[in-house]
Each structure stands twice: as structure tokens, then as C-alpha cells.
Design a protein around this ligand. Structure first.
Ligand code: PPS
Length: 298
């Protein structure tokens, strides 16, 4: 079933093997079958904790495949259909029979993903974003997304995120576990903030990972058509065409601010300090730095 065709219903987060699945969107049996899927060398999986740059990466992958020709991808349909979610129910057959390259996105923890990835089959692009901005982006998205419970207020959502009671579970566990697989998977681990800071170099690295040989001009076109302002103008890329059953477009937009440090407009000092303590406890041995403020960018 296409993600756009999910019928209107009440959604609920149901625990399954330590991870919350959303009724109506996910099916536990379908999710369990992902592990045994045969993987091709040309398969590409973008993995993210929610609100970390998934749809940005969908646009970049499609543009790289199209060698920068934006009109060809806009005509092909919605990015969410061209680079679908692995875990959405009923998508298994389409994955098995799809022509190469199969481009997919997923929010799933690594234990659910195809085992073959750990033998360096297929490619993984993991995008991590500083979790304070993730929390803020996710708060706003909960008001837009019908499948996610609308928070009472920011404080209510802050508590839910801090105690892993959101789809995606613990941000810390998601990022650390995926990172721990980087040596036995063909993986590029990048941050959202790197993409904000130097999109050209990130696009170049993705292009190399995929073995592409694009001209300077083609790469420049990929970068140009994946900037925040340009993507916002493309309904197929910015999720403006997702059905009203799934997204309540009157409550906000998918592409909201696209920046670093918006958490400062939402967190109280006390919330920030509590978050910092948790971050330090969980991430003290994590080697990848996060950027928390746009002014810290070179
Ligand atoms: S989801 O629902 O998990 O798929 O959302 P996801 O796509 O991972 O994250 C949405 C946030 O990414 C921002 N975004 C971008 N930022 C900068 N440049 C580009 N091109 C871009 N595309 C998407 C989007 O605006 C969301 O962040 P916030 O902070 O809410 O603006």
C-alpha cells in the first residue's frame, strides 16, 4: 500500500521488540520480515532518527540518480513514493521486485534492518542531527502529523522525548547503535549540521559512496535543487502533496525552518541544563561532535 493511501483512523504507538510501531502505518510481521530480505550491492538505505534530514536526503539521492536534472524527478512523482519508507506496511513486494537502484529510507533501529547489510551488501547513509533541534522539529511535527499524538504543549513533549515515549524511541540509542555498525557496513555517517555547513562537500561524499561520476555542473545542480529554499518550492520534494489523512497541512509545514539552533527559542534554561546532563551521560564516549548553534559554524 502506498503511504498516501493509508485510511483515516486512530493511530497508536504499540511496542514491538523494544520499539514502538504505529498502528495503521506499520505491521509487526512486515517489519520482522525486513531482516531476511535479499540485498543488492546497488541498494541504498538512508537511516535517520525522525526529523534529522530524511526528506533532504531523499531529494539528494534522486537528484544524484538524475544527474542533477530536477525536472525529470519532479515529473516522476512524489519523493516519498520514489524513495519510500522500508517499514511502512505492505511495501515488501514492491521492494523485492523494484528495479535497481532501490533507494529507501528508514527510522528503524539496526536490529530490524536486513542482516545482509552487515556483510557490506548495499549502502547505508546515516544522518544524525543535534538532538535539541530534533526535539523541537519533532514537537512541531506532532501537531502536523495525524499519526502522532498532538502534544499538550512544549513541556509535555519535552518530557515525552526525554523518556523515549515517542516514535523512534531513544535518540541516544538510535544514534549510538547505528554508529557502532559503521565498520562492518558500507556506511557514510554524516550530520545534518555538516549538510547545513557545507552541502557541496556532503553531496560529493554521497556521490563517491554511490560510485557516481558526475560533472562539476551536474553536482552543482544537485546542490542547488536540494537547498532549503529551493526544495520548499517543489511540492513533490517538500511533502506538500501528502494526503490530508496523514498530514494536517493547516497546522504547519514539513519544511519548517531548516536551521541549526532553533532549540534556543523553545527550551527553558532548566530544560537545556537537564538535556545537557543527559547528553553528557549518554554520549561522553561518542566521537562525532554536534553543532548546537549556527554561530559555531565556520
Ligand atoms: S521525517 O518526518 O523524520 O521524515 O523528517 P525529516 O525529513 O527527517 O526532518 C525534517 C527536518 O529537516 C528539515 N529539512 C531541511 N533542512 C535544511 N535544508 C533542507 N533542504 C531541508 N529539507 C528538510 C526540515 O525543515 C525539518 O526541520 P525543521 O527544524 O522542523 O525545519
Amino acid at each position: 500500500m502506498d503511504v498516501d493511501e493509508v485510511p483515516t483512523q486512530d493511530y497508536e504507538l504499540i511496542p514491538h521488540r523494544g520499539f514502538g510501531l504505529i498502528t495503521g502505518i506499520h505491521d509487526a510481521d512486515d517489519v520482522d520480515q525486513i531482516y531476511d530480505l535479499e540485498i543488492r550491492d546497488t541498494d541504498v538505505f538512508v537511516i535517520t532518527y525522525p526529523k534529522s534530514g530524511t526528506i533532504w536526503m531523499q531529494q539528494i539521492l534522486l537528484l544524484l540518480e538524475a544527474e542533477g536534472d530536477v525536472s525529470s524527478i519532479s515529473q516522476a512523482g512524489n519523493n516519498s513514493d520514489l524513495v519510500p519508507w522500508m517499514e511502512v506496511k505492505g511495501t515488501r513486494e514492491a521492494f523485492i521486485t523494484a528495479p535497481s537502484p532501490r533507494l529507501r529510507v528508514s527510522h528503524l533501529p539496526s536490529r530490524f534492518m536486513p542482516a545482509a547489510l552487515s556483510t557490506r551488501k548495499g549502502k547505508v547513509i546515516y544522518v544524525a542531527r543535534n538532538p535539541k533541534d530534533v526535539l523541537v522539529s519533532y514537537f512541531h511535527f506532532h501537531k502536523v502529523a495525524n499519526m502522532l499524538e498532538t502534544p499538550k504543549d512544549f513541556n509535555d513533549f519535552f518530557e515525552k522525548f526525554m523518556t523515549d515515549r515517542v516514535f523512534g524511541g531513544s535518540w541516544f540509542e538510535h544514534v549510538k547503535t547505528w554508529y557502532s555498525h559503521r565498520d562492518h557496513m558500507d556506511m557514510l555517517f554524516i550530520t545534518y549540521e555538516e549538510m547545513i555547513q557545507d552541502l557541496s562537500s556532503v553531496v560529493q561524499r554521497i556521490s563517491s559512496l554511490l560510485g557516481k561520476d558526475l560533472t562539476e555542473e551536474q553536482l552543482a545542480s544537485v546542490v542547488k535543487h536540494s537547498t532549503f529554499n529551493n526544495m520548499k518550492k517543489i511540492p513533490q520534494a517538500s511533502y506538500q502533496q501528502v494526503s490530508d489523512d496523514l498530514l494536517n497541512h493547516s497546522q504547519g509545514v514539513f519544511m519548517r525552518k531548516g536551521t541549526v539552533g532553533d532549540w534556543k527559542n523553545h527550551f527553558t534554561v532548566a530544560q537545556s541544563e537537564r538535556f545537557d546532563e543527559l547528553f553528557l551521560r549518554e554520549m561522553q564516549d561518542f566521537p562525532v561532535p554536534f553543532i548546537w548553534d549556527i554561530r559555531d559554524m565556520k
